[in-house]
Ligand binder design. Structure first.
Ligand SMILES: *[C@@H]1O[C@H](CO)[C@@H](O)[C@H](O)[C@H]1NC(C)=O
Ligand SMILES: *[C@@H]1O[C@H](CO)[C@@H](O)[C@H](O)[C@H]1NC(C)=O
Ligand SMILES: *[C@@H]1O[C@H](CO)[C@@H](O)[C@H](O)[C@H]1NC(C)=O
Ligand SMILES: *[C@@H]1O[C@H](CO)[C@@H](O)[C@H](O)[C@H]1NC(C)=O
Ligand SMILES: *[C@@H]1O[C@H](CO)[C@@H](O)[C@H](O)[C@H]1NC(C)=O
Ligand SMILES: *[C@@H]1O[C@H](CO)[C@@H](O)[C@H](O)[C@H]1NC(C)=O
Length: 337
């Protein structure tokens, strides 16, 4: 679920073309790019190489899920012990709105959601993908270790893992300027950017060990008590450096026994955390850039995984705000390994 959505006539045209900005596939040597923070004043397509500075979706959201079962346990699809799971790495616009399914030539989602590019009946239809699963793309590059990691930590609840990965790639990653096909040059190998995106999402996920951060504050999954949103969000903000969006599902607090008579109608089951950041350079890279402009270290794409945290745009949670109103449920028996 997403709260903000932009409907833009111009962007509706995006799916028809293979590239967001019509870049050529040469001259993207990013070490010649000036270090720029995404969403800062000069990080705009007319002033930079859009393959080297993220200019379409410069506000990155590393999104994580907590669920208590997958529904595919009989097929070995279980949740990782002592860890949240990856949802994705989303490119929001700098103002917090976003687009989706930006390149229908790279549509690998078997169950598009929404089923049109703008989520409305008058949008461009996103055709369901029927080709070989996206894990075959990763296998073709010989990255069985990457697939094993994804099957452990990028786990879907309610669909086969690789359908979920195809969804994340096609709905979100096709909207990055830096993962655009021309950025990969004339020797581009089909699906190279898919593998690159998965690896990038992992780098960001590993910056945010939600399970451990909460556990250190005594906030552990339990089916006995519930926690306060302020404690969960405060703990994660302290560790990550920005206020993350905290998403809940489940019954509204004032429809539950505990919340009877309250005016708090926030949701009561902890489900997702969205960490916001801008893409940047590491301090070391900034130093090397100042001293040697030809340093091979100078780069600033999401792929290089340097970022600065920022606060969630707009509302920061849909969860109940009453004390001890949010359940952080234990996994079901047999649903984690
Ligand atoms: C790439 O750079 C070379 C050398 O500056 C230049 O001659 C050429 O026109 C550029 N090509 C494109 C497509 O920008
Ligand atoms: C947010 O930014 C996008 C991209 O620049 C733009 O198309 C959209 O109109 C903006 N939305 C608002 C509400 O300003
Ligand atoms: C898209 O989904 C809506 C809601 O489920 C449905 O009414 C509509 O027929 C679908 N459109 C297409 C093109 O499949
Ligand atoms: C699509 O429908 C929405 C809402 O009904 C409307 O605001 C928008 O102008 C329509 N867009 C086009 C391109 O027809
Ligand atoms: C729950 O809270 C909402 C918003 O404060 C209120 O409108 C609604 O009547 C409440 N519902 C119940 C069942 O108390
Ligand atoms: C804890 O509660 C959740 C949500 O009701 C349920 O899915 C799960 O099976 C429970 N876990 C245990 C160990 O009882």
């Amino acid at each position: 679920m997403r709260l903000q959505f932009v409907f833009s006539g111009a962007l509706l045209l995006a799916p028809a073309i293979a590239s967001l900005y019509g870049e050529s596939n040469v001259n993207h040597t990013c070490l010649f790019s000036k270090p720029l923070l995404s969403c800062s004043p000069h990080a705009i397509p007319s002033e930079v190489d859009t393959c080297c500075v993220e200019t379409f979706g410069g506000l990155l959201l590393q999104t994580q899920i907590w669920s208590s079962y997958t529904g595919f346990e009989s097929e070995g699809q279980v949740l990782p012990k002592n860890s949240w799971t990856v949802h994705g790495l989303w490119p929001d616009f700098c103002n917090g709105s976003y687009t989706q399914y930006c390149d229908l030539n790279r549509q690998y989602d078997p169950a598009p959601s929404p089923n049109t590019t703008n989520g409305l009946p008058n949008g461009t239809v996103v055709p369901p993908y029927t080709g070989p699963g996206i894990s075959t793309f990763v296998e073709a590059f010989g990255k069985f270790d990457l697939l094993a990691w994804m099957n452990k930590y990028w786990v879907s609840s309610g669909s086969p893992n690789q359908d979920f990965w195809g969804h994340e790639f096609s709905k979100h990653a096709t909207c990055y300027s830096t993962f655009d096909v021309p950025c990969y040059g004339p020797q581009y190998k089909e699906h190279e950017e898919v593998v690159d995106f998965f690896e990038t999402a992992i780098k960001y996920f590993e910056k945010y060990p939600t399970f451990q951060w909460l556990a250190h504050a005594g906030i552990r999954p339990t089916n006995v008590t519930a926690y306060s949103l302020s404690d969960i969000q405060g703990t994660l903000a302290k560790h990550s450096g920005g206020i993350p969006y905290v998403s809940c599902t489940g019954p509204r607090y004032n429809t539950t026994e505990a919340g009877k008579g309250s005016l708090d109608n926030g949701a009561t089951v902890l489900g997702e955390i969205w960490y916001y950041s801008h893409v940047s350079f590491s301090d070391a890279e900034l130093c090397s850039f100042k001293s040697a402009t030809d340093s091979a270290q100078v780069k600033g794409r999401p792929q290089d995984s340097h970022s600065v945290p920022t606060d969630a745009t707009g509302s920061t949670s849909n969860c109940a705000k009453a004390p001890n109103a949010v359940h952080y449920y234990e996994r079901a028996k047999g649903s984690e390994k």
